[in-house]
Ligand binder design. Structure first.
Ligand SMILES: N[C@@H](CCC(=O)N[C@@H](CS)C(=O)NCC(=O)O)C(=O)O
Length: 203
């Protein structure tokens, strides 16, 4: 099995952390979906990473589908709880964390454009999503040990990857100064081998 991914993608990192937690062997194929010669559209018509390629050639995307697949095929370290209520809670965390990444990625792309081509309203709209998203993460976490209570889950992985992506691309967003409970969680996550091994390279 192989994972087509860029090392800076927060969605790909979520999958790589899940693969490490579940101790699943795979080949990592590094690809930038933005490179002129990218082969990503050969695997995913949407041209996005991550893509997981099964041994029979089946391609899986996006990151949420891949993680659900991984959790289904291996019972090691369950990341998505079985009971439906808890399962939905964890998937909501993932949607929130991924949504923060969506807005953070949109901000990166917009601010790469020539200053005169940048749309200020669009930038403010995306920034507001990040700010509200962070507030919701912190409120939902409260003083719990992990996002979903007592047990480590996909909710923590998605949240940790989103926070680290903000550190990577938006160092000016001071989530650390505003949300000590998210800092505590991020520190705990960084100590896990799955996170330590997938730290994105600094640009
Ligand atoms: N919802 C998708 C998002 C994937 C995504 O947007 N990946 C970015 C890299 S961080 C990408 O490949 N962008 C290329 C493009 O939008 O053309 C997932 O969870 O996998």
């Amino acid at each position: 099995m192989k994972l087509i991914a860029s090392l800076t993608s927060p969605y790909a990192r979520k999958v790589r952390v899940a693969l490490a937690e579940k101790k699943i062997e795979y080949d990592l194929i590094e690809e930038s979906p933005w490179a002129a010669a990218t082969t990503v559209p050969d695997y995913n018509p949407l041209g996005k990473v991550p893509v997981f390629v099964l041994d029979d050639g089946t391609t899986l995307f996006d990151s949420r589908v891949i993680v659900e697949y991984l959790d289904t095929v291996s019972p090691v370290s369950r990341l998505i709880p079985e009971p439906s209520r808890q399962r939905i809670v964890v998937r909501r965390w993932e949607a929130l964390a991924d949504g923060i990444c969506d807005a953070a990625v949109a901000l990166v792309l917009e601010t790469k454009r020539a200053p005169r081509q940048q749309n200020k309203d669009w930038i403010e709209r995306q920034r507001a999503k990040v700010d509200r998203g962070l507030k919701e993460l912190a409120t939902e976490l409260g003083d719990k040990v992990w996002c979903n209570g007592e047990a480590y889950s996909l909710a923590d992985i998605a949240t940790g990857c989103a926070l680290a992506y903000l550190d990577l691309r938006h160092a000016a967003i001071d989530w650390r100064g505003m949300y000590p409970n998210l800092v505590k969680l991020a520190v705990k996550l960084a100590k896990r081998p799955s996170f330590a091994e997938t730290t994105p390279p600094t640009p």
